[in-house]
Design a protein. Structure first.
Length: 167
């Protein structure tokens, strides 16, 4: 049985596998302009789908299962879990903006302007920065904290609940 941290770390790897190609696409769009958007439609659309699918479920798992376990052990809902929840909201808001920009650009060729391409690239960079910083905080601070405050059996029980979560 994997621990909660192991389950979430594996999900981080899967999420990065979709985020990273979209970030690479954004850099190419930044260099080549709006014409490159069509070439990268698959990776950009995969990111848009991830934001409403797996990333949304991942955040919900943490908010509903993982963070409460840590909070019970610490005896407080303040501190690192409150920061992580706030970051989830920031990531989702930025993701919503990215999805809206992408939908407009994909739906109408006339919307593929240099300004629209640059706005999309900026939103992608912001989203990548938010997700990267958030995952780093979880992996460096929160997961070790969970392993230090949760007994091993509870870590595995929470891990099972995270794996079984369907949202």
């Amino acid at each position: 049985m994997p621990t909660a941290s192991q389950v979430l770390l594996e999900e981080h790897k899967l999420i990065r596998a979709t985020v990273d190609p979209a970030l690479t696409a954004g850099e190419d769009i930044s260099r080549r302009g709006p014409a490159a958007i069509v070439a990268h439609r698959a990776s950009l659309s995969a990111l848009a789908d991830l934001l409403t699918g797996d990333l949304s479920r991942h955040s919900a798992k943490e908010d509903e299962i993982f963070f409460p376990a840590i909070e019970r052990a610490l005896g407080s809902t303040q501190g690192p879990t409150a920061v992580m929840r706030a970051e989830h909201r920031q990531i989702h808001a930025c993701g919503d903006g990215f999805r809206q920009l992408l939908a407009g650009i994909v739906a109408e060729e006339a919307a593929r302007t240099p300004e629209a391409a640059e706005a999309l690239v900026e939103r992608l960079r912001e989203l990548g920065d938010l997700i990267g910083a958030h995952f780093e905080k979880e992996e460096v601070i929160l997961f070790p904290l969970a392993e230090s405050v949760l007994p091993p059996e509870e870590q595995r029980v929470v891990g099972d609940r995270l794996k079984d979560y369907r949202g």
